[in-house]
Design a protein around this ligand. Structure first.
Ligand code: PGA
Length: 264
C-alpha cells in the first residue's frame, strides 16, 4: 500500500487560543471524515502547543477521549544530538517522549536563517530515527538557481549529501518534501508539470539508493484550489502545507482532495 501524507507546517504562527481552536477544528473535521489509513494527516504546530495537540488528537485517556483521531502530530525541527549543552534546543527523544510521531528537518527557513547544511540535516535524520520519529526531509532550489537552469543539479546534490551523511537505508524511512523556495509563502505554486518533473528526478535518485517507496510531498503555496491538479501527478504522494494549514477549512478541503485522488 502506497502511503500518502497531508502535513501542515504552522511555522511560528498561532497564539495559544488560536492554536487550541485550530487543533480542535482539524480533529473534528478529520473525525467526521472517512480517511483511509493509506493517507496520514499530520499537523506540525509550534513546540509549545505540541503536547496539547497530541492530547487532543491522539487521545489521552486521563484527560478525555477514548476514541483515537487519525491526526498525527509532528515537530518543525529537532536537534541532531541526543542531549547535552545546547541551550534552547529540543531533542528528538524529548519529542518522542510526549508522543510526537513526525519531525520536519531541513526546511529551507532553517537552512536560510539557521545556516543548516545537508550534513547537519543528515545528522538530524539519524537523531529522529534513533528516537523513533519519522523525518520529513525538505529539499528545493531557489528562484535564482531555477532561472540559471540549476534545479536538477541542486536537488541531486542535496540528495547526494543527505545519502552520504545519513546512509541510503535512512532515506528509506523518511518522507521527502520538494519545496522550491520561490513557491514558499509567495502564492505562486509550482505548476503540476514543474513539480512532477522534479519529483520524477527525486524518485529516480531515491530508487537508485533503494528507497523507491519513500513518499514524496510537494510544498510551496499549496491551496485547496491547486491541490487536486498537484495530486493528479504520478510522483506526488502528498503535500507539506504552510499558510493553507492555518485555516481548518482550507486544510480539510486539501484533505478531501487527497481522499478523492487516492481513496482505493
Ligand atoms: P506555504 O509554506 O504553503 O505557506 O507556501 C510551505 C512550507 O514552507 O512548508
Amino acid at each position: 500500500m502506497k502511503q500518502r501524507i497531508i502535513a501542515g507546517n504552522w511555522k511560528m504562527n498561532t497564539r495559544r487560543s488560536e492554536a487550541m481552536l485550530l487543533i480542535e477544528s482539524i480533529r473534528h473535521g478529520v473525525d467526521a471524515r472517512q480517511i483511509p489509513s493509506s493517507i496520514d494527516v499530520v499537523i506540525c504546530p509550534p513546540f509549545l502547543w505540541l503536547e496539547n495537540a497530541i492530547e487532543a488528537c491522539m487521545g489521552n485517556p486521563a484527560l478525555h477521549r477514548s476514541s483515537r483521531s487519525t491526526v498525527r502530530c509532528g515537530a518543525q525541527d529537532c536537534h541532531h544530538e541526543a542531549s547535552g549543552a545546547y541551550t534552547g534546543d529540543v531533542s528528538a527523544q524529548m519529542l518522542a517522549d510526549i508522543g510526537c510521531t513526525d519531525v520536519i528537518v531541513g526546511h529551507s527557513e532553517r537552512r536560510l536563517y539557521h545556516g543548516e547544511t545537508n550534513a547537519l540535516i543528515a545528522r538530524k535524520i539519524l537523531a529522529a530515527h534513533a528516537a523513533g520519529l519519522r523525518p520529513i526531509v525538505c529539499v528545493g532550489e531557489s528562484a535564482h538557481e531555477r532561472e540559471h537552469g540549476a534545479t536538477r543539479a541542486v536537488i541531486t546534490q542535496q540528495l547526494d549529501e543527505l545519502v552520504t551523511g545519513a546512509g541510503s537505508a535512512a532515506l528509506n524511512s523518511c518522507i521527502v518534501a520538494y519545496e522550491p523556495l520561490w513557491a514558499i509563502g509567495t502564492g505562486v505554486a509550482a505548476s503540476p508539470e514543474q513539480a512532477q518533473d522534479v519529483h520524477a528526478l527525486i524518485r529516480e535518485q531515491l530508487t537508485a539508493v533503494g528507497a523507491a517507496s519513500t513518499p514524496l510531498l510537494y510544498g510551496g503555496s499549496v491551496t485547496a484550489q491547486n491541490a487536486p491538479s498537484l495530486f493528479a501527478c504520478p510522483d506526488i504522494d502528498g503535500a507539506l502545507i504552510g499558510g493553507a494549514s492555518l485555516s481548518a477549512d482550507s486544510f480539510l478541503t486539501i484533505i478531501d482532495a487527497a481522499v478523492s485522488a487516492w481513496a482505493e
